[in-house]
Design a protein around this ligand. Structure first.
Ligand code: GDD
Ligand code: MG
Length: 354
């Protein structure tokens, strides 16, 4: 069985972080995001190949994942000549498929039991099965109404507040039958959410919901990107040994190759990656993530912030509730706060405030 990962979006809501790092490979702690999705797919033994459907900076992604190596999953890359939208991308990547295929939005992190979703799909002989999850505010997602037998009755992408009729949304995980793909026009942008799914409902196809109430998040905004780190540090996402906090939630996770100098203060939960130096008097506070090869200088403070690799936070500077890209330089006594997101190579001069 094959899986298609839709990973071709530009990641506009995560800009400027995604200018040099496409969303599928933004780091979650020290691993590119897609690794976590591949871990989930590996739980299903019959999935033997993952097709990464790309168009934005595909080379960067190929360099990281190669052909899947010894991961047990073959990885194939399909690069659209131009963005074809979520349905166009599925058709483009899956045109040769003849058996059920799993499709995944490339920015969701979840512990859903994928084998159970596939089993339901087969049991119900569905043309499409879609994972739904409850959220407080469906406006940023696809709202999905079902009947008492879990048949999908209505799909409304990005509903307005007065259009909200239930709390279940499209979790971005589907099992599809490829014989439905011929209703997706070839080589034109086409949306799975706005066109393909509504057409299945209109034509009375068997279209089924699997409701999942466990951990689920779309990492596509700075707020959610920060939240996923906090959730993992709190032990809310524990799947797969690779999640650094799975075994020890709330810990201070310090790489053995990091250097925490005498007189530096480190308060968990936090994450400090290899070759990073934390100087005397500096403070790494709870819910901070500091990537590799960073310098946190004397009396600097990092609090509830994420600092990507190779950045420097100079003496007495503070970074709070914010995200710094790679190779940033925060000058002495500077302060970054309130959800600021700085792109790679940003320079903030001494005493500046953001
Ligand atoms: N290959 C390819 N080509 N991939 C694309 C394209 C495209 O033209 N457009 C978007 N994608 C990929 C994105 O990279 C992302 O992984 C996924 O498709 C979904 O796109 P987003 O831009 O993240 O959509 P969204 O988050 O606003 O909404 C979608 O996800 C929600 C759940 O997180 C919808 O599917 C909603 O219905 C859903 O609730
Ligand atoms: Mg998204």
């Amino acid at each position: 069985m094959k899986a298609i990962l839709l990973a071709g979006g530009k990641g506009t809501r995560l800009r400027p972080l995604t200018i040099h790092t496409p969303k599928p490979i933004v780091p979650i702690f020290n691993r590119p995001f897609l690794h976590y999705q591949l871990d989930l797919l590996k739980q299903v033994s019959e999935i033997d190949e993952v097709i990464l459907s790309l168009n934005y900076q595909p080379r960067r992604i190929e360099e990281i994942f190669g052909d899947g190596g010894d991961s047990g999953l073959g990885i194939k890359y399909v690069v659209e000549p131009a963005p074809l939208g979520t349905a166009g991308a599925v058709r483009y990547a899956g045109d040769q498929l003849r058996e059920s295929v799993v499709v995944f939005n490339g920015d969701v992190l979840t512990e859903v039991d994928l084998a159970a979703v596939i089993a339901l799909h087969r049991d119900r002989r569905a043309k499409a099965t879609i994972v739904l999850t409850p959220v407080d505010n469906p406006t940023a997602y696809g709202l999905v109404e079902t009947d008492a037998d879990s048949n999908i009755r209505r799909f409304l992408e990005k509903p307005k507040p007065d259009e909200i009729t239930c709390d279940t949304i499209n979790a971005g995980i589907y099992v599809l039958e490829p014989d439905t793909f011929d209703r997706i026009p070839k080589d034109t942008p086409w949306s799975i959410e706005r066109s393909f799914f509504p057409s299945l409902i209109e034509q009375g196809e068997s279209f089924v919901a699997y409701v999942y109430r466990g951990y689920w998040i779309d990492i596509g905004t700075p707020e959610k990107y920060m939240q996923v780190h906090r959730d993992m540090m709190d032990g809310r996402f524990t799947a797969y040994r690779a999640a650094p906090f799975a075994a020890r939630p709330s810990a201070a996770w310090i790489s053995p190759e990091a250097r925490i100098e005498d007189g530096a203060i480190v308060e968990g939960p936090c994450f400090i990656d290899e070759a990073t130096i934390v100087r005397p008097g500096a403070r790494i506070g709870p819910y901070s993530v500091v990537g590799r090869h960073c310098h946190i200088e004397e009396h600097a403070a990092i609090e509830r912030a994420i600092v990507w690799a190779n950045s420097r936070v100079s003496q007495e500077a503070t970074v709070r509730n914010s995200i710094l890209g790679r190779h940033c330089h925060i000058g002495r006594n500077a302060a970054v706060d309130n959800g600021t997101v700085l792109g790679d190579k940003s320079v903030l001069t001494d005493y500046s405030r953001l």
